[in-house]
Design a protein around this ligand. Structure first.
Ligand code: BF8
Ligand code: SF4
Length: 634
């Protein structure tokens, strides 16, 4: 086996890795190798640096068994986990806050953004209990934005409005009993950092409840809030056909890659790339091709069909094609190495946010008020760089897969309405009940350099759909599955089990897609895991059973980010069986492991299931789905 085949199953990445080596570019895989062996204490979660008396390390095989202050392995592991989950929740809450600010200013007409989706605006307002009648959209949007700001400013003991408005009532009741209802994202994140500093909480159970509260903080104060507001501003996604993988870059075009997470910037870049097409032609290019990496890529894919260049582990390799003129980044999952990689080519890296600067990159300070000017400037940076592109360094792998994206809950319900206009969920539920569909699984989250890129995502999902499991997906998992060709009607024919295939064909044809729905439905970016939760909540409400009793599961096959830990914690708190394909740093505490993988189930109905082998994981998930069916009497 060649070296490249050991690190990725992506054929484009396999072509680009030898080019990176030939061009003298260091990649994430080289740096991973240089880190070996990684620290065993860190891997087990047994290192504490929470005060300056440390670092303290617990020896899993002997002495010492306590840190200098007396903290045990259980305390240190639990505290470290809480801090990671707080990091994830903070990322999404900050993202959501930016979106709320944009909605508020757009409603006031102070920034060059429109409110595109009045139907969603009314739906969100309705859920929040805002009177919608007779109000024009600016006023309604302002009221919704004020309620969102209110959650961030909530100084009462009442839970976040966004949570009580969107979570199933039976869940809210359970969370209230456990004392884990978040009041205000900022307050919960602050409290968690406080709770885990030196000389604070030393009860692992209490610490894990804090983690669960942060999971809910993320789910409602991050994910749900962000998706709702972004849909209001930019439109709720509807099915769209596009392509994925490096072959979407075009040698004769100016190539702009958007990378990061918050669509406030990438939406404008997409708009300005269209507006400046003529200038690109004047510069000798055939046009401007925008493509996406990571979740901001998913955002513009879902709403505009902008093709996907690659997921997290492919970000450096996009530059190695030699054909990227500018890579514009906002926040999260942006490797600090990008500027070094770009230095080997003509590529401009453009940072845009005050909290993300990369030495060696161009910085265009992006603000909502100047968004048009900023995006125009960024597109012009790409046009300028294109003139300096070295054709001798260009090698774009001719690898891409067709795909469908855009499956918001609204889009899925829309497709189901073609089968049953009156009662759209009925065909789905009937087919779950009769066994055509065994259950549903959401695969989410990242790539992680510790495992072969995309392999766990793809092998797990192929095994699941073969057994008639409907798969929905977000984040870098969605990229992996798109690249593998699993988001096409043909994939339903080639990979899905007979029951699932029949349902996908019936729905796809009724909805006028001219073939089956794909067996893997792209529901968006990582914040759009809120869409997954909405779908699951709708199913639970329809069946009048708690979420924890549904034949559903979640999986983060290749997680790396703290955000994946906070989203996973939310899923478990929702009552969902949640698979992790990479072991998080908790094995140093038997008590914490037991809480996460067993005891939590008694409290919230969900638990973590850790299995690194994709085939065994598929078996474990299928066993869970069958158990759930049995308990429901199916
Ligand atoms: O928010 S899946 S590597 S890009 S963290 Fe990052 Fe993970 Fe990708 Fe999207 Ni989500
Ligand atoms: Fe060591 Fe305790 Fe300080 Fe952690 S908080 S570094 S365990 S003394």
């Amino acid at each position: 086996m060649k070296k490249w085949e050991k690190v990725t199953i992506d054929p484009a990445a396999r072509q680009l890795l030898p080019k990176a080596q030939a061009d003298g570019v260091e990649t994430v895989w080289d740096r991973y190798e240089a880190q070996q062996p990684q620290c065993g204490f860190g891997q087990l979660g047994l290192c504490c640096r929470n005060c300056v008396q440390g670092p303290c390390r617990i020896n899993p095989f002997g002495e010492p068994q306590k840190g200098i202050c007396g903290a045990t392995a259980d305390v240190i592991v639990a505290r470290n986990l809480v801090r990671s989950v707080a990091g994830g929740a903070a990322s999404h809450a900050d993202h959501a806050y930016d979106a709320v600010e944009a909605l508020y200013l757009a409603a006031a007409g102070e920034i060059p953004y429109e409110i595109k989706d009045e139907v969603k605006l009314a739906a969100v307002a309705g859920k929040l209990g805002v009177q919608t009648e007779g109000k024009e959209k600016g006023q309604l949007a302002r009221e919704v934005a004020e309620l969102a700001f209110g959650d961030f400013a909530n100084h009462t003991r009442a839970p976040m409005r966004w949570l009580t408005a969107t979570a199933p009532a039976e869940r809210v009741e359970i969370w209230e009993k456990l004392g884990i209802l978040p009041r205000n994202p900022d307050r919960e994140i602050r409290e968690a950092i406080h709770q885990t500093t030196m000389g604070m909480d030393a009860d692992p159970v209490n610490l894990l409840l804090a983690a669960a509260k942060l999971g809910l903080t993320d789910g409602y104060g991050g994910l749900h809030l962000a998706t709702d507001i972004q849909d209001i501003l930019f439109g709720t996604p509807m099915p769209v056909e596009t392509e994925a993988n490096m072959g979407v870059l075009k040698e004769d075009h100016v190539n702009i890659v958007v990378h990061g997470h918050v669509p406030l910037l990438s939406e404008k870049v997409v708009e300005w790339a269209k507006k400046l097409e003529d200038e690109a032609r004047a510069a000798g290019a055939a046009g401007i091709q925008v493509s996406g990496i990571c979740c901001t890529g998913n955002e513009v894919l879902m709403r505009h069909g902008v093709p996907a260049a690659g997921n997290y582990l492919s970000q450096e390799l996009a530059i190695v094609t030699g054909a990227v003129d500018a890579m514009v980044v906002d926040v999260q999952c942006i490797m600090p190495s990008l500027a070094n990689v770009a230095a080997c080519y003509h590529t401009k890296i453009v940072t845009t946010m005050p909290i993300v600067k990369l030495p060696g990159a161009d910085h265009v300070p992006f603000t909502l008020a100047t968004a048009d000017n900023d995006a125009e400037k960024i597109v012009r940076i790409a046009l300028e760089a294109y003139r300096r592109r070295d054709p001798a360094k260009v090698a774009i792998p001719q690898v891409k897969s067709k795909m469908w994206g855009g499956f918001s809950v609204e889009a899925i319900v829309g497709a189901l309405k073609a089968v049953n206009d009156e009662d759209p969920l009925k065909p789905l539920v009937d087919n779950i009940a009769n066994g055509n569909i065994l259950g549903a699984v959401a695969t989410v989250g990242c790539n992680n350099v510790k495992v072969v890129q995309d392999r766990t995502h793809v092998e797990l999902v192929k095994a699941l759909i073969k057994e008639n499991v409907l798969v929905v997906t977000t984040g870098c998992s969605a990229h992996a599955l798109a690249k593998a060709g699993l988001m096409t009607p043909e994939a339903a024919i080639n990979y899905a089990g007979p029951g699932l295939r029949a349902v996908l064909t019936a729905v796809g044809e009724a909805a006028g897609l001219g073939g089956p729905l794909p067996p893997v439905l792209h529901m968006g970016s990582c914040v759009d895991n809120s869409r997954v939760a909405d779908l699951v909540s709708a199913l639970a409400a329809y069946l009048m059973v708690p979420v924890k009793d549904l034949p559903v599961a979640a999986s983060a096959p290749e997680l790396q980010h703290e955000k994946a830990l906070s989203i996973g914690t939310w899923a478990v708190a929702l009552g969902i069986f949640t698979h992790l394909g990479v072991v998080p740093p908790v094995l140093g505490s038997a008590q914490v492991v037991k809480l996460l993988t067993a005891d939590l189930e008694g409290l919230v109905g969900g638990k973590f299931y850790v299995e690194t082998d994709p085939h065994k994981a598929a078996e474990g998930i299928i066993t869970h789905l069958k158990d759930q069916r049995r308990k429901l009497g199916l």
